[in-house]
Write a protein that binds this ligand. Structure first.
Ligand SMILES: [Fe+2]
Ligand SMILES: [Fe+2]
Length: 296
């Protein structure tokens, strides 16, 4: 599996930033909370893997590391723009991003590089689990505004494509044995606690900032079903989370590479939407997006 850097832009209508998901604003803000984690989080991932790059000698894995960094750099760029739309919609996007950056910088200062890499391995398992859920069942993003759905699908596909890279670097640079296992799994438990605390906190803050919108009862019902229902996020990832604790675990034990056949179709669809945007607006997407960023 060789991760490919794909330089894509997405047509995200700014006026729908708080309500782009087919299941309404409460579910939209769950995804928006995740989006707020990406710029700071993915920079942390790239740095923690980059630190060990010179200790990777396998030419295949070296190339995969480059592909991984290339993909995460594109995700970071696109989520910075996405988050600027949230800020422009009067949501506290920049404040929350600064808080997370502060927290991750604290981790960089107090944790040795091996623990930082273990955090990345655990969080990459999270992104792979959540991406797998989105790709397994189209109803989880059905009825959403096209550009937002395309962006999340692109991100989910690439997270799947590179899901084993940080793990393979980890296994390459750490001495095998009980210690390696304990650091990996112990970090997963800590990361799980902090990850969900932060997602919950960001989600609630976005909902509070957007409280004038109304429809709270219906929204609460939909997000509860989305997260905890029989086809919800938590039941959906529980087994995959537990599998991480198997001593012989590898991300590709769960072989879902079939999803990657969708990439070419998605890229073609994104390019078609962007061409339609340029024809309708007399300017390519890239130029007009710069204006949005400046406004935010
Ligand atoms: Fe990513
Ligand atoms: Fe990733």
């Amino acid at each position: 599996m060789m991760p490919v850097r794909r330089d894509l832009r997405f047509n995200l209508p700014p006026e729908r930033a708080s309500d782009w998901h087919g299941q309404g604003p409460y579910v939209t803000h769950f995804f928006n909370a995740l989006s707020l984690l990406f710029p700071a989080g993915e920079r942390f991932f790239m740095d923690s893997v980059r630190y060990y790059r010179d200790q990777v000698h396998d030419p295949e894995l070296k190339k995969q590391v480059l592909g991984f960094i290339g993909q995460e750099a594109m995700h970071t760029r696109e989520h910075i723009e996405y988050n600027a739309l949230l800020e422009a919609a009067r949501l506290p996007a920049h404040k929350l991003d600064r808080r997370l950056t502060w927290f991750l910088n604290l981790n960089r200062r107090i944790l040795p590089p091996s623990y930082q890499l273990a955090m990345t391995v655990a969080l990459e398992h999270y992104t792979a689990m959540l991406a797998g859920m989105l790709l397994d069942d189209d109803t989880r993003i059905a009825g959403s505004v096209e550009g937002y759905a395309q962006m999340w699908t692109w991100h989910a596909l690439e997270e799947t494509e590179h899901k084993s890279v940080s793990f393979d670097v980890w296994n390459t640079v750490m001495k095998p044995g009980l210690n390696r296992y304990l650091v990996r799994t112990g970090t997963m438990i800590t990361v799980t606690i902090f990850f969900w605390l932060i997602v919950f906190d960001f989600h609630v803050r976005l909902l509070i900032a957007d409280r004038k919108r109304g429809g709270h009862l219906r929204g609460m019902w939909r997000i509860t079903k989305f997260l905890y229902g029989p086809r919800g996020v938590f039941p959906g990832i529980a087994l995959e989370w537990l599998r991480f604790f198997k001593p012989s675990f590898h991300p590709w034990d769960h072989d879902n590479r079939g999803h990657l056949q969708r990439i070419d179709g998605l890229v073609a669809a994104v390019e078609a939407s962007n061409a339609a945007y340029a024809a309708a607006n007399g300017a390519p997407l890239k130029a007009s997006r710069r204006g949005i960023r400046a406004a935010a």
